[in-house]
Design a binder for this molecule. Sequence first.
Ligand code: ATP
Ligand code: MG
Length: 320
Amino acid sequence: LDTSDAFAGGPLDLPGWRHVYSGKVRDLYAPDLPALGGVHPLGDVVLVVASDRVSAYDHVLSPGIPDKGVVLTQLSLWWFDQLADLVDNHVVSTEASAEPGDGLVPDVVAGRAMICRRLDMFPVECVARGYLTGSGLAEYRAGGEVTGIPLPAGLEDGSRLPAPIFTPATKAEVGEHDENVTFAEVARRIGDDDAARLRDLTLAVYARAEQVARERGVILADTKLEFGTVAAPDGERRIVLGDEVLTPDSSRFWPADDWEPGRAQPSFDKQFVRDWLTSDASGWDRAGDAPPPALPADVVQRTRERYLEAYERLTGAPLR
Ligand code: ATP
Ligand code: MG
């Protein structure tokens, strides 16, 4: 495993690909068509590369978490397989380049990259919650409901919900918060049929994944999915699961043995990063304008171990 900070920066110079977009964690590349003779051998694809960047409280932090991007990609690939009978996904290939510029995955990003069908993404973060915490808990405390879905009284931080709920959010620009919205608002934006399909798919994926995780002693408290569409050869428009799936960045995973509603739950994610940032030790004011300070080495190390542990607990095998 690589322990350098080489993959925590911006986009890379990748033969056969040109950078088109960077989110907080992933960099997207389109085929460099002139270099490929005008067409990519795998069709209309993008290269999705997960970096080692880590974000918390809507800031990208420094340094990165070594191998985090490999964990995110390998865990997503594992989940796409687990879900293959429920939903189409965007993965086309993870094959490594045989020669530079052949359109396959460049060696330098092998393990952290996937060649994916280019999707027309829905502008909706499809969130399923089986447990109440985070922004769901905040909404519930303010008004007894989450994205317009009324919930019974008396729920606490970490409570299991009577049944899993679909609580969509709108995608925010980099640096902005995603905003929870009602199902009716999603339907207004993308149409009733697609909204219902995204809701049903999201809840089906959650139900499957929650069961898989539970068998491994892990509670899947909530998760965020992103879907897009492709035009199929038969002229139909098909909904496809894109982005990353069921990773510690997109989901809350809690060790089942330690679950105890009424307090914040320990979790397999950036908990150490958040805890340190909000502790006196960091000296950082979350409400202020200053960017967060650099993460200490032990926070980086423990966070890295947490991501690796999440992968191992869920898949039952070490990363490599
Ligand atoms: P956040 O940090 O909140 O996740 P983000 O979603 O903008 O922000 P990343 O996850 O870092 O950023 O970047 C991944 C981007 O790639 C997202 O905008 C996602 O919608 C997009 N994406 C994922 N899969 C595909 C695909 N197959 N085709 C086109 N775009 C995709
Ligand atoms: Mg994302």
